[in-house]
Design a protein around this ligand. Sequence first.
Ligand code: HEC
Ligand code: HEC
Length: 221
Amino acid sequence: MMNKKIIALLILFGFQSAAFCVSAEPTQAYEGRRLFVSYCQLCHGLDGKGAGPLAKRLKISPADLTTTIRARSDTVLKKIITGVGRQTITGRDRHNIISDSMPEWKDIFSDKQLDSLIAYLRFLSSSKHGLMGDPVDGLKLYQQYCQVCHGEYGEGDGIMTSLVGMLPMDHSNPNETNRFSNDELVVSILNGQGKYMPAWEGILSRSEVEALVSYIRLLSH
Ligand code: HEC
Ligand code: HEC
């Protein structure tokens, strides 16, 4: 009788933790980057600086989003992106006039997607380091190799931490990750660190580690 209960509990727990691993939703900045690659980089460039492949064809140069959007509120950015209410030249919105070389995306994006795009724009304008690898590959590798210690959202609270009492780097805190250049992060991942951070050299290739570094940076937004 007792055994059955324990087995039932174990099965329940097993299912829950399996569901927990699979359902991990990517961060806003990660989702925003995905949308940006599909809808914005043609003009603004992958790094947001304005040199996309279509840039030279436009009457007006695409803005360098890494600098211009700092002064803009989320509300104004939504108006600029959707075009809805973009032309209102009243009061605090008077900076909200943008030429029609910037498409009006109307209702193509859901509110959640707009928030994600804006999270990525905020990442572009505040991160000290660009993305060196493909975060889409990085996400898969992270869930496969790093999540058990660094946690679902990189907060350093993975399942392993409570078992052996270790303190992994908190990737969700930009002050922690911004201290390191991309190359420094690559080297420390390949070489390992301290008692518990494994050396990944020989297990992961350099380009896989670069993808991981990009993914880790997006965890901070
Ligand atoms: C067809 C080219 C094109 C595409 C695609 C495009 N943009 Fe733009 N965007 C521009 C141009 C050109 C400007 C500058 C307009 C101006 O200064 O009047 C601009 C300006 C902006 C600005 C205002 C920057 C500022 O603060 O002055 C934001 C924000 C912006 N774009 C975001 C986006 C996002 C997000 C996407 C993708 C969903 C996107 N753009 C797609 C051409 C484009
Ligand atoms: C077995 C647990 C464990 C796994 C798995 C693990 N880490 Fe870590 N990681 C740690 C710990 C603990 C630290 C803190 C090390 C220290 O400062 O002593 C750390 C630190 C780091 C740091 C900071 C290194 C530095 O120079 O301060 C980075 C970056 C990092 N890990 C990335 C990763 C990546 C990417 C993966 C997956 C490929 C990964 N970790 C997998 C436990 C782990």
